[in-house]
Write a protein that binds this ligand. Sequence first.
Ligand code: PEP
Ligand code: MN
Length: 568
Amino acid sequence: MRVAIQGTRGAFSEAAARSQWPELEVVSCREVGDVVTAVREGRADAGCLAIENSLVGSVTPTYDLLQEAFGDGNLALSREILLPVHHSIMGLTGASLEGIKRVLSHPVALGQCRIWLNRHLPEATLVNAWDTAGSAEIVAREGDPAQAAICSRLASEAYGLSVFEDRIEDDPTNQTRFLTFTRADAATPEPAESTLPQKTSLIVWTDHRPGMLAAVLQAFAGRGVNLTSLQSRPERSAPWTYRFYFDVEGGQLEPRLQEALESIEALASRIVVLGSYAAWQGAGAIVGPTAPRPPHLRPKPDLPLFDRRQHPDGTVVRVGAVEIGGPRPVLIAGPCSVESEEMILQTAMGVAQAGADMLRGGAFKPRTSPYDFQGLGVKGLKFLAEARERSGLPVVTEVMSWEEVPLVARYADMLQIGARNMQNFALLRAAGRSGKPILLKRGGGATIEEWLHAAEYILSHGNPNVVLCERGIRTFERATRHTLDLNAVALVRERTHLPVLADPSHAAGVRSIVPALTLAGLAAGAQGAIIEVHPDPDHAMSDGAQSLDIPGFARLAAQIRAAEPVGA
Ligand code: PEP
Ligand code: MN
């Protein structure tokens, strides 16, 4: 196997390539471009190029070469290699460290050994060389015992030098990432269904308009494709414009990546997919196991995942220490909207004292009118997190769009998907990937079947922790805001193993009947209730008419707890 590297024998690129091909023959090249040419012209079977160092970042000459080298499909990237970079200092056999007056190496390597050099050779002159192994070659050739080189230990063997000391680098985490490649006709393509982790690299050019780069990122994010690197390089022929280099997890033939690439192709002014290759799997690996295929491309399960027969004993969803779906009804209480720090702290402490298990409160509010209060947004999330710290109650809050799932998940213990978003499928998919328990409200006009299938979206995207919440449906009756569908509560308990809660507040729209509806919901089989509670309901910024005050909630909670069987 002839492998082309930039630099002379003994270079770090050779050490990287040898980790793959221990018996290789080195084809030494002066510049990175020559490595590509050597493989193209058949003087080497493969090439190995440094692309990034963990301390100093991108190897820009390699980046600048990628499009030209891999854009035409004649060469194929084959794998990624991570090499720990350990520097050794070496000189002529018989020479001693005390006699060293000049130390040669690549300036980056000299910089990475500064502490050791200051301590052991404070008087020595540091001399920049073209590459690390090349400095060993010079020391060997010139035969001066006062000269030393800093490079890979491999170079001492290549040039017959003696190592004075190994691992003299300042930072022991130092490592470099390499890419290997072959001619495309010599490559063994990874099968589409490869279970070995792969990475894909691409270059994207975007129009100079707001949101274009974000849209490209969202094409990955919305499909759960993880990014491992994003670099930009100037576009030489057009000053102050840039091309973006993406490395993402997965192979380009995987369906979710195929979809993402298709939409980026439609969005971007230009895209060049450089190729997919085996991700490094040894120490320091960046890429996780391959993601599962999307549900619609997997065999359909015989029974839906929500079906009670999947777990006849019922599922318990844990939110912190709270168990939803167990024998004890769970009470979630708090305001419709978080209105201020004081207000949410006061409510949290009040409902905690009254026996609530969890705190609710909206930071992002779905309001019918765009002129109404829309919630405090991120500030509201921070106040909720503080209220959790003070009261000890885990927090549930609504997330309205898939893009905001990571943000809300950072602060909340449980994510609420509201009635208006019950069939927002992008949001359901993101909820499936969120890693947080989900409270899925029933849409005001949704059938039980539609509701259960909305839950199936979350379950099938990898999240088993779904709690259903009946919050009233729209009927002909206008005396109340909605009608709490107790049929649904009882029937859904039969049909699914997922826990079911009642939301009497949004069903009622008026606070006087909230206690009665709560008890009715529990009697129908709900395993708890989510109830709007405000310290001063008549001045609430949203849903005041249906909110209980804190003493009102305390009375209701006491009534529910008193009715619980002893020991439950
Ligand atoms: C809420 O919980 O404040 C809310 C907006 O609920 P729903 O989605 O059920 O209307
Ligand atoms: Mn509300």
